[in-house]
Each structure stands twice: as structure tokens, then as C-alpha cells.
Design a protein around this ligand. Sequence first.
Ligand SMILES: [Zn+2]
Length: 480
Amino acid sequence: MSLLIRGGTVVTHEQSFRADVYCVDGKIAAIGENLDVPADAEVVDAGGQLLMPGGIDPHTHMQLPFMGTVAKDDFESGTAAGLAGGTTSIIDFVIPAPQQSLLEAYHQWRGWAEKSVADYSFHVAITWWDDSVREEMGELVSKYGVNSFKHFMAYKNAIMATDDILVESFSRCLELGAIPTVHAENGELVYHLQQQILAKGITGPEGHPQSRPPVVEGEASNRAISIANTLGAPIYLVHVSAEESVDAIRYAQNNGQHVFGECLAGHLVLDDSVYQDSDWGRAAAHVMSPPFRPKGHQDALWKGLQAGTLHTTATDHCAFCSEQKAAGKDDFTKIPNGTAGVEERLSVLWQKGVNSGKLTPNEFVAITSTNTAKIFNVFPQKGAIAVGSDADLVVWDPAGTKTLSADTHMSNIDFNIFEGMQVTGIPTTTVANGKVAWQEGELKAKAGDGQYFNRPAYASYYDALKKRNELAAPAAVKRG
Ligand SMILES: [Zn+2]
């Protein structure tokens, strides 16, 4: 099983050069010009286009049971949509119900994901706490390749992790060599504002952003970062959407703290005017948390990416169709939260980031693939074009054009938040595990072709953090 991708310009997070790439049994076997390959190798002619590491989306929710329904894109349609957009791996979330065993939930999600057409891995959410949770976190790290745990600081009366849970869990993460991640919104304030806004008679989607203003995210970001700082743990903030959070991350980084930030393609390009749409369905289709922000915040996110304050881009792909959104017809707090995007992320970032001159193609690779692989400890297996790396690649036509639309996307829903956006820069062939998985609009990979990938604990990195904590511990005061 071998594949030669010929005539492309390889673009990695650090350099660009002309080379052919030869893949054998799912791995990159050789990189160079005039490679000596067997006569029966399959050939993809890149025709002078770019060849980049396949995208890794570190934040998706396929088939998620949430707010009384289940997300429409399952692991098969969702990962297929990813391949159609040049994304070859996702890191999804196992979200145990409160009191549910973490391992039981993990196995449930693994079962659902078996039909994936592209590779996947899982963060596991900490939604409650007792000694069994502490134990099972250890087992997930040592036996199941999980090195990140997610904490929802929002969703009171459901899956919210309160401060006592954050402290316990972040400490446990540090012991295990796992990274804590947070959805930073103050759940108490959201709950309070929701009741206040409903009491004023505001029931439409415009109430959604009013109940979750940027300050609510900024407070939680600062709190999570401060807790991590006190414990000496690193921290990763998912879907940073507000300038307040970017400021909090930058401040902590400037003070020597290990803080990582992710932002979403949607938050980079859309603003909160979407909630003023006179069409209820269109406004409701944009309901996700955190919400789209007032104008100005998008600019802060771009600058965060450019400066390296923010490291990764994702989508929070969690697709609900109009029928599902209608559950909140009379009460915006009941509109299932979520939007799609796994298929559009790379093209949107190329169009708005690279074509505008904000990002170089190498920086594009860093924020769509390599940084995620590094932070979640799968580099250079993924996120790289190097001998021995997984052969997950995208042939990218920087001159190819497309209009993004629900009429043509592969996702299972009837709405596209990027509807009508013209992009220049599109995938032409996506290679996953050394095979052509998608080409010119045609899905070639099949259900079950995707494989689970392990993410090992961070040994040496954490040793350094622990050492720093020991040094920082206050010395005993000697008296008289
Ligand atoms: Zn999410």
C-alpha cells in the first residue's frame, strides 16, 4: 500500500520547499525529489499546489447528546465533512453525565466513534467529583491515551465544574502529566442574567448574547488561569472569544505561566449582529456558547493568533438542524447550543488569514495543525511532514475558489454560518493514513477507516513544572 504525491510544494509550520512525498502503510516513508518508488505506487499529481499537514480540529462534538437532543453530525458524517475541508483528525469530547463513571462514558464514546472515516481522539470532561473520578482519571491517562481533561465553568445545574472541582482536578492533572482545559464562562452569572432577561420578556435569540457578555468569559478566564497558577499547572482555554480573555492569557504568559489559547473560525469572522436577524431560524442557528461577539473582539483574536498569545484554531463543531433549534422557540435558553464548521475551518482561515496578509502559509499550518499536535503531545506523529509521521496530508490549491454554502457542504445540517462566503484557497485532495480519503468533491474513505490515536502523558515537560513548583514553595522560616 504505497502512495506518491508528486510535484507539490511542501509547507510545514517552519519551512516551504519543493518535494515529492512518498507514503507507505500509513506513514511518510520518504521526502525529496526524484524519489525511487515502486512502479505500482499510486500517484497523486499535486500539479504545483501546496502540500500541508492535514488539519487537526481540537474541538468537536460529534453525535453529542446535549440539551435534550443529539447533534446531527455523527462521527461518520462529521469526520467526512472534516476530510472534505482538509482536516484529517479531530479531538472530540467524552462528556460523562454527573455521577456517571468516566470509563463507562469513555467506552460509550469510543463505540460511537468506531464508524469515523478519519482519525480521532478524546478529551474527557470532569463534570463531578469524588475519589472514583480521581482514580479513573489515572486509568484514562495510563491505559487509554487521554492527556487532557475539560472543565465547563458554565452550564449550571448540568455539567458545570465549580471551583472546588477545578482545584481537585487541576491538581490531579498535574500529578498525572495531563493538561486541564476550560470552557471559561461564569455559569452563575450566565444563569442569573438568563433569568433577568427572560423576566424582562426577552425570549428570542437576541437574549442569548445578552446573557453571556464578554465580561462573563473574562472573569472565568482570569479565575481558571489564577487557579492553575496557584497550583503550578499549565492550562488550555478552549474557544477564546473575547478580548478580555486574550488580555488575561497574555498577562499570564508575560508572567511566565504556561497558558494556551484556542479560538474558533466562527468567532474570528462573525459578530453578534447575527442575533438581530429578523428570521428567528437564522438567528437561532448562530446560538452557541460563548456567543458571537460585538465588533472589535474579532480583531483581538486575530492579533492574539499573530502574536502567539493564541495557539490553535478549532470549530466546536456541534451541528443542530432547524428542527432541533426550534425547541427554544419561546425561550432562548432552550435553543440547543452549537454551530458547525469542521469542513470550512481551513478555507475560512486561509481566506481571512493568509489572503489578507495576517498569517504566512507556515503560520497557517502552525495554527491549524502543528500547534495542536504539540500541545496535545502527538507531534511529530501528527501535525508534521516528516519521515515516520502519519501520512495525513492535504493538497491545497491556493488559487482554487469556492462559495461556502449549506447547499454544497457535506455536514448533515441545513445551515452554514459561513453561507455565501467566497474563499480562494481550497483542498483538492485529502490523504489520511496514506490513502486518498477525499478528492475533488468525492469521499473515498469509508466508515471505520478512521483510527483512534493515543495521546501520551507529558513526562519531561511536567517534570520541569514540578521542579519549578518545588523551587517556588515558600521556605520554612527559621526562628531564634
Ligand atoms: Zn465545545
